[in-house]
Design a protein around this ligand. Structure first.
Ligand code: NDP
Ligand code: A1CAB
Length: 277
């Protein structure tokens, strides 16, 4: 890829995406990270061979794509500042901020930009990410291709045809890694309680998670079929799954995901309300 890409914010997600881009042979000199923290700038430059700057100027913002990778709560202020720094060139703006609607970005940055809103996840760091994307009006086919190419260096990409679906993507794959990590934590604790030492418990849990995910992807069978294949009648798995059912695991997961989706929705609304005041 030879497009020039600028990240606003050099935190966890920007690092994950830069790592994907560099692994896909995107030249370091085509990537600029705007990050106020000097230690982070040094680390990013050392680890990934990219250009880093403390503040964006018109030259930096004259790139092909500008990726907004700061916390949603900082976006109104960051965008208001950026809006004064663009020259005439209008790069594609790609936002990875959870919950922030394109209407809010247009309000803060200006209506004359093309926007793609997306939701990546942290496994992007190792090229195993999953990203949902939505293209706002005015995004050209080339810009859509560029956004897809950038995010595809970090894993799979899926496009949704309604912006509201990104809240569902956020609740599924954006926050999703944390659900699986929480489950691993719980299993790790459970294995220790059953008498396994810490390292053994950890190794068994992590490789079980990896094996289950790989099998679900590589076998093509759906998870319900794979679950049934593990579950011998009257056996140990049935004993455990019965406890999940007694605790209504399905309802709990549904409820948790709905809470995440609702939070994505209210996060954006709160920011828009704050900046209208
Ligand atoms: N974490 C996740 O799993 C996911 C996060 N997201 C979204 O990604 C975005 C970034 O999240 P994440 O990477 O976790 O957050 P981080 O806090 O790790 O990164 C944000 C970075 O932006 C820097 N920053 C602060 N102010 C400015 C500024 N004015 N100009 C440029 N950079 C600035 C921060 O520096 P400092 O720390 O010094 O303030 C920090 O390094 C969020 O909007 C989040 O919703 C999307 C998908 C998944
Ligand atoms: O928790 C959050 O708000 C961000 C968005 C998805 C994952 N992390």
């Amino acid at each position: 890829m030879d497009s020039s890409i600028v990240f606003i914010g050099g935190g966890n997600m920007a690092t994950s995406l830069v790592s994907g881009l560099r692994s896909a042979d995107c030249p370091g000199e085509r990537i600029t990270i705007v990050e106020p923290d000097a230690d982070k700038r040094r680390q990013l430059a050392d680890d990934h061979g990219v250009r880093t700057v403390a503040e964006a100027d018109a030259e930096v913002l004259g790139a092909d794509a500008v990726i907004l990778a700061v916390k949603p709560q900082l976006l109104p202020e960051v965008c208001a500042d950026l809006a004064t720094r663009f020259a005439d060139r209008r790069p594609l703006i790609i936002s990875i901020a959870a919950g922030v609607p394109l209407a809010a970005l247009a309000q803060w940055l200006g209506e004359d930009f093309a926007f793609v809103r997306c939701m990546p996840n942290t496994p992007s760091l190792i090229g195993a990410g999953a990203t949902g994307l939505y293209a706002g009006t005015g995004v050209t086919a080339d810009q859509r291709e560029l956004a897809d190419a950038i995010l595809a260096t970090a894993g799979i990409t899926v496009w949704v045809d309604a912006e509201s679906r990104l809240d569902a993507v956020t609740a599924t794959s954006g926050s999703g890694p944390a659900y699986f990590f929480a489950f691993m934590e719980a299993m790790h604790a459970g294995a220790r309680e059953l008498g396994l030492d810490d390292d053994t418990a950890r190794e068994l849990v992590l490789h079980t998670a990896l094996g289950a995910a790989r099998m679900a992807i590589e076998s093509g069978d759906d998870p319900a079929t794979l679950r049934e294949k593990v579950t011998s009648k009257g056996g140990t798995t049935a004993a455990a799954l019965d406890r999940f059912e007694a605790g209504d695991l399905n309802a709990l997961v549904r409820d948790a995901m709905q809470a995440a989706a609702r939070r994505a929705d209210t996060l954006g609304q709160e920011l828009m309300d704050d900046t209208r005041r």
